[in-house]
Design a protein around this ligand. Structure first.
Ligand SMILES: [Zn+2]
Length: 268
């Protein structure tokens, strides 16, 4: 639903704080806003006005092909009990998110990685390595709340839109376009769905959205703290991929603590 006109979209640009790249991006934003008429989306989940110029149908289609490619390349972990558990926790989280009417797919991949990912079409990949440290359902709910939060937060659409805007800016500036980048933004590269990390802000936002979903689904948001601590301590000298896009795990735990206490769900 689009209620904002071009001048609304233009407010996203703060010229005073821009370096050259940002300036170009801002230029593209203006161009695209004029062309599209509307590029801002008031997302009730994030409470932010988001710059989005890709529609959900396009993203769903791209997700599907990325997912199919991923499924072909990565062996699944065939463990019926684990699959039931994943779907049970995932089902409660998507209900809590008010997204029970959308199609979701939860798949266990047979890999050591302590990692999980989500595609904007609702496909969730969960690696055996991560499953094996999830000793409580609350811990799985921490991960799944976060992943579902990326979807309801429309983070992939936002990421993709920024990339397209940047590409358009480069075109405007007469620089060669790299269409690979735009494709990568959708996660269509070899490392599907995880090739371009979400921004640090999006990761932090997904954490908080996830805590809300956990709480409404009847899981204990306080358990997100020991979960992330276990992820940290189990990481060895090299942090697992799931953590590597989150530069400071101590900050993360502190932010979660603050939110939980603010909500009156603590103290933690
Ligand atoms: Zn994330």
């Amino acid at each position: 639903m689009c209620e904002h006109q071009a001048d609304e979209g233009a407010k996203l640009v703060d010229v005073s704080k821009m370096d050259r790249r940002d300036l170009l991006r801002g230029l593209a934003t203006g161009t695209l806003v004029l062309v599209a008429g509307c590029a801002t989306y008031e997302n009730p989940v994030t409470g932010r006005s988001q710059f989005i110029i890709v529609d959900d149908a396009q993203l769903a289609q791209a997700s599907l092909s990325a997912w199919q490619q991923m499924r072909q390349q990565t062996p699944t972990w065939n463990n019926a009990a684990a699959q039931r558990r994943l779907e049970a926790v995932g089902g409660r989280i998507v209900q809590a998110a008010g997204r029970g009417n959308q199609s979701w797919e939860f798949v266990l991949f047979n890999g050591e990685e302590k990692n999980a990912f989500v595609l904007p079409g609702g496909q969730v990949g969960f690696y055996r390595g991560l499953y094996e440290i999830c000793e409580r359902d609350d811990w799985m709910a921490t991960v799944l709340g976060h992943e579902v939060g990326h979807v309801t937060g429309r983070h992939a659409a936002e990421r993709y839109s920024r990339e397209v805007a940047t590409q358009t800016a480069l075109q405007v500036a007469g620089t060669q376009i790299n269409s690979q980048l735009a494709m990568a933004a959708l996660g269509l590269g070899a490392q599907v769905g995880v090739s371009l990390p979400f921004s640090r802000e999006q990761e932090a936002e997904a954490d908080i959205i996830g805590l809300r979903y956990m709480q409404s689904a009847g899981y204990d948001p306080k358990q997100s703290i020991p979960f992330w601590q276990a992820m940290q301590s189990g990481g060895g000298s090299r942090p697992p991929a799931f953590l590597s896009t989150h530069p400071d795990p101590d900050d993360r735990v502190q932010r979660l603590r603050n939110f939980i206490n603010q909500q009156g769900w603590g103290p933690v």
